[in-house]
Design a protein around this ligand. Structure first.
Ligand code: ADP
Length: 487
């Protein structure tokens, strides 16, 4: 099968979050299963290419006010995957991918409309794939275009379009006037298509029109069909319920491996875990905390946004500081959360370590040197850090939502089964209880703790399993498309 990906970011070319990791890892995993994969990306200022070659000098993209002309560059092959870049400097040669610290770029709808149309035009020249796979609101116009302006185009008669939701919180909402500007018909502005409380919602359109929808964990695929997690799109998602699948993101165990990690103080493995004891004092040192290795260290690495459950920490912050533990936090984001952690670090300097930054090396040190990793997310489509934690023998304490619920199994001290501690109710009190249960086990029973660590280290979330599940979805979507064409 030939699968063409359209996405707005991909490591190592461009990254703001987990989407880039998935686009960097899934296509090569499909190639290793014997499939062909092509990836289309925007050519951003931050994208560095060696000797790119122009393969399509000009693609015309009509807008209401003018025609725009972009080109397609061949970015070469990496791990068997062919990369193409849509080059249109007025839109993509900018500092940020989607905006600056002041907010989103005002012309994001036009930017990603141009990208989506250019991908469809490029695919027609370069060879139509068997499957198109699009991701998040930035490429949501691809399935919408395929069901409208490109509906009769023979190039896409057989290829189904799969749409993956990486985070339902980002939908691509624009004023209605965007439709004529993008040369899209007004009849899309209905409640069954793109209209959403008076605005145009790209994500809603893709959910309604893609041939198949996936999300990044099974639990999240169910949660988004409920009012609590659906961001107002639960009804549209429920209507598509039989064509939604949850496929867990996998992780890159080459970068996240305590046996080879270049950032940590000592290497270790499940068979020889001794090195972890050296990583703990190194971590405490990094944060200027006393190297008292009897107390458990609780780590967090995160974007400081409400999604990640920081209001739960806010609810119990001072009581947390009275517990017998150290807490080390790395991240940045909303001011109120930065302020909260700054206050805690000031008030309890012997207990709280804080670094407000994006720091890859320190993130690795936290995974290796902590005993417990705290992830109390309000919602979590998949989540990566809890998976890294398990591989590093760091016990996750998580809220049972989305991918956290799918990947962490509650530890049972009687059977010694399980990989971490989970709590369900979204309350600071209940989070504190779960954390206390973990700390109590750590202090009372080092043998059981050792088994718990080993259980986590034995987990395998590599791409080979997840990519096989994607292949099944592609096959099913092709059948659905064939049946629709025949019927
Ligand atoms: P999300 O994509 O919602 O931010 P994930 O858990 O899926 O959450 O992925 C977050 C990734 O970003 C992880 O690899 C994590 O280590 C990394 N990360 C987040 N914040 C920081 C930071 N301040 N410094 C270094 N790495 C970070």
């Amino acid at each position: 099968m030939h699968i063409a990906f359209a996405a707005s970011e991909c490591v190592p070319f461009s990254k703001t979050g987990g989407l880039a990791d998935v686009i960097g890892a899934l296509p090569p995993a499909l190639v290793s299963l014997g499939h062909r994969a092509t990836v289309f990306l925007p050519l951003y200022r931050q994208t560095a290419l060696d000797n790119p070659r122009v393969v399509i000098p000009s693609i015309t993209v009509p807008f209401d006010d003018r025609y725009r002309f972009c080109s397609v560059l061949d970015g070469g092959m990496r791990s068997g995957v062919q990369f193409y870049f849509i080059d249109y400097p007025p839109f993509f040669d900018r500092d940020g991918l989607y905006g600056t610290s002041l907010g989103d770029y005002h012309d994001n709808a036009e930017r990603f409309a141009l990208f989506s149309r250019a991908v469809l035009e490029a695919v027609k020249v370069l060879g139509a794939p068997d499957v198109l796979h699009c991701h998040d609101w930035q490429t949501a116009l691809v399935p919408i275009l395929l069901k409208t302006l490109y509906y009769e185009d023979p190039a896409f008669a057989a290829a189904p379009c799969i749409f993956t939701i990486h985070n339902l919180g980002y939908q691509g909402l624009f004023p209605p006037e965007i439709l004529p500007l993008l040369m899209l018909p007004w009849d899309l502005f209905t409640i069954s298509k793109l209209e959403f409380y008076g605005k145009v919602n790209f994500l809603k359109g893709a959910i309604s029109m893609a041939d198949f929808i996936t999300t990044v964990s099974r639990r999240y695929s169910q949660e988004i069909q409920t009012a609590e997690y659906g961001f107002g799109l639960e009804g549209v998602l429920r209507a598509r319920g039989s064509t939604i699948a949850g496929i867990l993101n996998a992780v890159d165990y080459v970068s996240w491996n305590p046996e080879t990690d270049p950032f940590i103080a000592a290497h270790y493995s499940a068979a020889d875990p001794g090195g972890k004891a050296k990583c703990k004092p190194d971590l405490l040192n990094q944060f200027g905390l006393a190297t008292d290795t009897h107390l458990p260290v609780v780590g967090m690495v995160s974007r400081f946004v409400p999604q990640k459950g920081f209001d739960l920490i806010q609810q119990v912050a001072d009581r947390l500081a009275l517990e017998d533990l150290f807490m080390v936090v790395l991240g940045s984001g909303q001011r109120e959360y930065e302020e909260m952690f700054r206050r805690l670090a000031r008030q309890y300097p012997q207990k709280f370590g804080l670094k407000i930054a994006y720091d890859e090396a320190l993130a690795h040190k936290i995974e290796a040197g902590s005993d417990i990793y705290l992830m109390p997310s309000h919602y979590e489509p998949c989540g990566l850090n809890q998976i890294y934690s398990m591989r590093y023998g760091t016990v996750p304490v998580v809220r049972a939502t989305g991918g956290l619920d799918d990947t962490v199994e509650q530890f049972d001290p009687r059977t010694l089964k399980g990989t971490g501690f989970k709590f369900r109710e979204y309350s600071g009190e209940v989070m504190l209880e779960a954390l206390r249960a973990a700390v109590a086990l750590y202090r009372a029973d080092q043998n059981a703790w050792h088994v718990l660590m080993q259980n986590g280290m034995a987990q395998d979330y590599s791409w080979i399993n997840s990519s096989r599940e994607y292949v099944k979805v592609y096959e099913r979507a092709r059948q659905i498309k064939q049946q629709a064409a025949g019927g």
